[in-house]
Ligand binder design. Structure first.
Ligand code: GLU
Length: 372
């Protein structure tokens, strides 16, 4: 069974430090990065939206600050990240500017991906950037992330981001071409696994410990990432990115391991909305809005009759028809107070009523599932 990279419509590419940063000099490998930028340009020209999750801030910064001992403390890592991140951002900006592509830097913490409101905020900013044709370059905000609130590896961060933006494909570019039944560095006969449809205990057992060197994640964090991504309906591939043009190679069928989900991004996301959230409020809609929702449209303020309960932006609410039937559930883009103020009003009036310009939709169709 094989998967095709060109099928990706919204793609997250995770770049490991060992690919981007020269292990000897601690400098960004500019030629490699330029070649990656060429690959990104080609995929975008074919209609794929791309977001990059890049490691390397600590690897670049520690050399810059002279922190060359083998293990460094968390504060030193944080200092190194602050110093390295700015260089990393520059390098991406320069590499992609060669193709006239704008780069946007996004630094996230674990909380930004876990807490619903922050999650929604980050998501709308990222989606906005993609819509405007920019390439978001994401890293963990290492400078403020302490041990307890840290991903620590960008494999899982990339998977969370992929889930957050409903990406359909996640590529982890690594220094290995996928999963093996045993560690190929120890066993030259190790058997390569090209395709995983179910992350069984046997698959998990194949993941060894993180190798020494620059990268934080070994196969274990990659399997953890695969679980996060596939649960959100996003397929994931581990591919060797050491040589130049790694995405082109992958598209041409280079050896790799695909992890394939059983559900599409939308159904997985919607399952999450229905299943795992506790609705704290209700929005009653008129017959016009009800039929618009049935056609797969978003819920707009004019169709809202009234709002009940106390909820904040990003909370799950039940959508009811005028006769009290549950029609659906979704995440409200406004608090109950603001929702009540804009209920029945035109989208164009929202800014004037609330004093700020929010979303046109009270519940966007991506955040909504019909249950009735
Ligand atoms: N966020 C870290 C950095 O930029 C990298 C984490 C990882 O290697 O996965 O240096």
């Amino acid at each position: 069974m094989s998967e095709d990279l060109s099928r990706a419509r919204r793609l997250v590419v995770k770049i490991g430090s060992s690919l981007l940063v020269d292990q000897g000099s601690g400098a960004v490998r500019r030629d490699w990065l330029n070649a990656l930028a060429d690959d990104i340009h080609h995929l975008r020209s074919a209609g794929t939206e791309i977001l990059v999750v890049s490691s390397g801030a600590i690897a670049v910064g520690r050399r810059h600050l002279g922190l060359m001992q083998k293990s460094i403390r968390l504060e030193e890592k944080q200092a190194a990240a602050a110093c390295g991140q700015i260089q990393l951002a520059h390098a991406y900006q320069e590499a992609l500017a060669r193709h006239g592509i704008s780069v946007a830097q996004i630094l996230l913490t674990l909380g930004d991906t876990e807490e619903r409101r922050r999650h929604l905020n980050a998501r709308s900013t990222i989606v906005q950037l993609l819509t405007m044709g920019a390439v978001p370059v994401v890293n963990e905000n290492d400078t403020v992330a302490t041990t307890e609130i840290r991903f620590g590896d960008n494999d899982r961060l990339a998977a969370r981001v992929a889930a957050m933006i409903s990406a359909d494909t996640l590529v982890l570019l690594s220094d290995i071409d996928g999963l093996y039944e045993s560690d190929p560095r120890e066993n030259p006969e190790a058997v390569h696994v090209p395709w995983v449809g179910d992350i069984s205990p046997a698959i998990e057992a194949m993941a060894g410990k993180a190798p020494a060197g620059y990268s934080s994640g070994g196969m274990e964090t990659k399997i953890a990432a695969a679980k996060i991504a596939t649960a959100a309906g996003c397929r994931m591939v581990i591919s060797n990115g050491v040589d130049t043009h790694p995405l082109e190679r992958l598209a041409a069928g280079a050896r790799c391991t695909w992890f394939v989900p059983s559900a599409s991004p939308l159904t997985a996301r919607k399952r999450w909305i229905v299943g795992s959230l506790n609705p704290v409020g209700e929005v009653v809609v008129d017959a016009g809005a009800q039929s618009a929702l049935k056609q797969g449209k978003s819920l707009l303020p004019p169709g809202v009759v009234c709002v009940r309960g106390s909820f904040a932006r990003g909370d799950a609410v039940i959508i009811r028809s005028n006769d009290g039937q549950e029609i659906g559930r979704g995440l409200s883009a406004y608090s109950n107070v603001d929702a009540a103020r804009i209920a029945g009003r035109k989208s164009g009036e929202i800014a004037e009523i609330l004093g700020y310009r929010g979303r046109d939709e009270l519940i966007h169709r991506d955040d909504l599932v019909l249950t009735g």
